[in-house]
Design a protein around this ligand. Structure first.
Ligand code: UGA
Length: 480
């Protein structure tokens, strides 16, 4: 049911929107809502962040949120449709919609830590209670929150005696690195409300989005909207785990199975997605691991068997370290006292985000195996990695040196580990030949070296996810 049918032409469609929380989700959403003409105020209690965003300077913006196209978008609308504030009470009057885009990190047991969420919610409830303009306001959960959080939200607003307020769940489905274009043309918008008047307010917010593109607009209950986000992310991770846990293993264990051809053949069926079929050393990022752990926790509480999800999670975690173990078991490589080049530190290309990056576990495993040093390089994430691998957390992290090119990482190393899919790692075979002599070991977690056969012919050892180990001496006899 496209909202276009339900909107009356004379209705006001420019809304006053507060976006609370200016992380990846909030800042992108605020900028794109402003691009569509709404009056948007991005609110955060971190003054340094707000100053950086208000400056319009790319360097200062990407220091906090490094998303291609975002700084340009902010500059385009700042002062016209987009404003920033750290003071709720100054901005609350006349607000139609408040999007909550707050951090919801995981607890040790997989449950969701709602401390930041609840603290911000208390402030918002108090400000809403004191507003003079009592127009209908809808408070919307946009960041991923457990099923039932919209009810919790309503009860906090009610207990603070906020008048004329509705709640909604409107989860975010953007992927990092492509968030801005995806936000402009979302494939779907999911809105969960309990009252018609709240559905209508959100239709107004999104009316321009769906008028422009083929966007599926789905209205449902808040609980269903909340569940859609968990099921989607869990499904995506499970699909990746299927390829890593089954497809890749076929290529690694059975001679003459070519994993790339296997992928092409299987995904030629239009019912089977290409996305997710690229075997890897595990999927990372701030969401997949956290969301599957949270869904497992939520399902256990209602006595649902979660074996399938646990397996999917476990396959992904094992995948992050198993190339190191394969090098030992299948190639007899000894990591002790070796120097290893590690390329790709962030959880994927085009980001500096280190959250749950596969490189973290891989590097910890390498250090655990006694390597003397690691020469690490990522085109965007070297600085973020320095924070992640802080020697005050683990003294072994002192063994990591950061260099500014793949070439410099490989120079003087005994083996190479490719941990992410940055485009610049694809053409590496020449660099490897220049900088390292056979039987130099290449551990390829992303199958980034399409011409590996040339290297193998020259005596290099190539061990990739999805293939048997290929040693120079046996070139041409293994699978590819
Ligand atoms: C993911 C989802 O794709 C978004 O839809 C969702 O909104 C977001 O989480 C979220 O919940 O916020 P994101 O974490 O940015 O987005 O990253 P993806 O592009 O989905 O990649 C996740 C991981 O899977 C990366 O490490 C990537 O390299 C890996 N991957 C991806 C594979 O290993 N194989 C593939 O074929 C595809």
């Amino acid at each position: 049911q496209l909202m276009a049918y339900r909107l009356q032409l004379k209705e006001r469609v420019i809304m006053k929107i507060i976006v609370a929380g200016t992380g990846y989700v909030g800042l992108v959403h605020a900028a794109v809502c402003a691009e569509f003409g709404h009056e948007v105020i991005a609110y955060d209690n971190d003054e340094k962040k707000i100053e950086a965003f208000s400056s319009g300077e790319t360097d200062r913006i990407v220091h906090y949120v490094n998303e291609p196209g975002l700084a340009d978008s902010i500059r385009k609308v700042y002062g016209k449709h987009l404003f920033f504030s750290t003071k709720l009470k100054d901005i609350i009057e006349g607000t139609d919609v408040i999007f909550l885009c707050l951090p919801t990190p995981p607890n040790m047991d997989g449950s969701t830590n709602l401390t930041y969420y609840d603290a911000a919610l208390e402030d918002i409830a108090k400000s809403l209670k004191n507003r003079k303009d009592l127009r209908r306001v809808v408070v919307v959960n946009k960041s991923t929150v457990p099923i039932g959080t919209a009810i919790h939200l309503k009860s906090v607003l009610d207990s603070n005696k906020v008048e004329n307020v509705g709640v909604a769940s409107n989860p975010e489905f953007l992927a990092e690195g492509t968030a801005v274009p995806e936000a402009r043309k979302p494939d779907r918008i999911i809105v969960g409300c309990n009252e018609d008047q709240d559905f209508i307010i959100l239709q107004r917010v999104y009316s321009k989005f769906v008028h422009h593109v083929q966007t599926k607009y789905i209205e449902t209950s808040p609980e269903t909207a909340e569940a859609i986000k968990y099921v989607a992310n869990t499904m995506l991770l499970t699909y990746i785990s299927f390829w890593n846990g089954i497809g890749a293993k076929l290529g690694e264990k059975i001679p003459n199975i070519r994993i790339d051809d296997l992928r092409l053949g299987v995904t030629a069926d239009k019912r089977i997605s290409t996305w997710g079929s690229f075997v890897s050393n595990g999927a990372g990022g701030s969401c997949f691991g956290k969301d599957i752990a949270s869904l497992i926790y939520q399902l256990r509480r209602v006595n649902v068997d979660t074996k399938m999800l646990e397996a999917s999670f476990e396959v992904n975690e094992n995948q992050k370290v198993y190339l190191v173990d394969r090098a030992i078991n299948e190639n007899g490589f000894q990591f002790n006292n070796k120097t290893i080049a590690v390329l790709g530190l962030a959880f994927k290309k085009n980001t500096n985000d280190m959250r749950d990056a596969s490189s973290i576990k891989a590097i910890e495993r390498l250090l655990g195996k006694g390597v003397s040093s690691i020469r690490a390089y990522d085109p965007l994430a070297n600085d973020a990695a320095k924070l992640e691998f802080n020697p005050s957390r683990n003294v072994l992290f002192e063994k990591i040196q950061y260099v500014d090119s793949a070439r410099a990482a490989i120079e003087g190393s005994d083996a190479l580990f490719i941990s992410s899919d940055c485009e610049e790692f694809r053409g590496l075979s020449r660099t490897i030949e220049d900088m390292a002599a056979p039987p130099y070991l290449i551990l390829d977690g992303r199958r980034m070296i399409p011409d590996f056969e040339i290297l193998v012919e020259k005596g290099y050892t190539y061990l990739a996810v999805g293939s048997m180990v290929m040693e120079g001496a046996v070139a041409g006899t293994g699978s590819s």
